[in-house]
Design a protein around this ligand. Structure first.
Ligand code: ADP
Ligand code: MG
Length: 267
């Protein structure tokens, strides 16, 4: 396994797209593991009440486990809620428990409701090079918290029909967060997922996304692959479930590109 370069300063990503099923969780998990297996210290924060990222990483998320909910409401510090992933000792995870399902509504009545996660992340131990936040499929307060806490948004786009539907709304919301809450927020990275080379459609979507977003789009694309979809059922990333598979290789390539970009100046 190659070592990837450490960023000059910690990079925090919100992995977001209000469409469900586009590969947010799969991307968070596999990029997280890829970076961690390459010598970097990574923290995944599961901000989706479904808790799929926690499950895929083999992390306990039974009710009562210290979780992202406790961190958001200020009950625990981020450090107190971190568990270590069995797959990768350099990978920590703050899981989502069922409590998070009510947070979207509870937060409405709270002070500093948009900046709670940012405050928590500011206090994360210095050893973490990357923080990846898996957002729920909505543009509500949880996603707003993620976008307020990060500098970079990573948008996974599924190479399927309607791939670009809703993207305009996502970009508008990112613009609003930029204006009102977080001026340094930036869509730094777009990843094409579930790419099926046999279909013309996948090529068309990829071409359209690349012509619109230019070099924000990673060169690596993630193929549609059964191994990728099987791995979470074993509490594993595809990198440990089947290291030689195309899915594993493509997530490693994507992680490498992300890490190499991180050593450049981000404008
Ligand atoms: P989201 O978090 O955006 O809702 P997920 O990452 O959970 O999306 O992916 C949705 C479904 O598609 C899951 O069942 C997942 O296992 C599957 N999936 C994701 N990426 C791939 C891929 N590259 N190939 C095959 N199945 C995939
Ligand atoms: Mg998800």
């Amino acid at each position: 396994q190659v070592e990837l370069p450490r960023p000059r300063q910690r990079r925090v990503f919100a992995v977001a797209n209000q469409k469900g099923g586009v590969g947010k969780t799969t991307t968070t998990v596999n990029i997280g593991v890829a970076l961690a297996l390459s010598g970097l210290n990574v923290l995944v924060i599961d901000l989706d009440p479904q808790g799929n990222a926690s499950t895929a990483l083999g992390i306990d998320r039974t009710s009562g486990t210290p979780s992202s909910y406790d961190v958001l409401i200020g009950e625990l510090s981020a450090a107190e809620a971190i568990q270590t992933c069995p797959d990768a000792p350099r990978l920590g995870c703050i899981p989502a428990t069922i409590d998070l399902a009510g947070a979207e509504i509870e937060l409405v009545g709270m002070e500093e409701r948009e900046t709670r996660l940012r405050q928590a992340i500011d206090a994360i131990p210095a050893e973490y090079d990357y923080v990846l936040i898996d957002c729920p499929p909505s543009l509500g307060l949880l996603t707003v918290n993620a976008m307020t806490a990060t500098d970079e948004v990573l948008i996974p786009i599924q190479c399927e029909y309607y791939a670009l539907e809703g993207l305009g709304q996502l970009l508008t919301n990112i613009g609003l967060v930029q204006q009102h809450l977080n001026p340094t927020l930036n869509v730094s990275t777009i990843l094409l997922t579930m790419y099926d080379a046999r279909t013309k459609l996948a090529d068309q979507v990829a071409h359209e996304v690349r012509s619109h977003f230019g070099d924000k789009v990673l060169r690596a694309t993630i193929p549609r692959s059964v191994k990728v979809s099987e791995a979470p059922g074993f509490g594993q990333s595809v990198l440990t479930y089947d290291p030689g598979s195309r899915g594993a290789m493509s997530y490693l390539d994507a992680a490498k590109e992300i890490a190499e970009r991180g050593t450049r100046e981000i404008v």
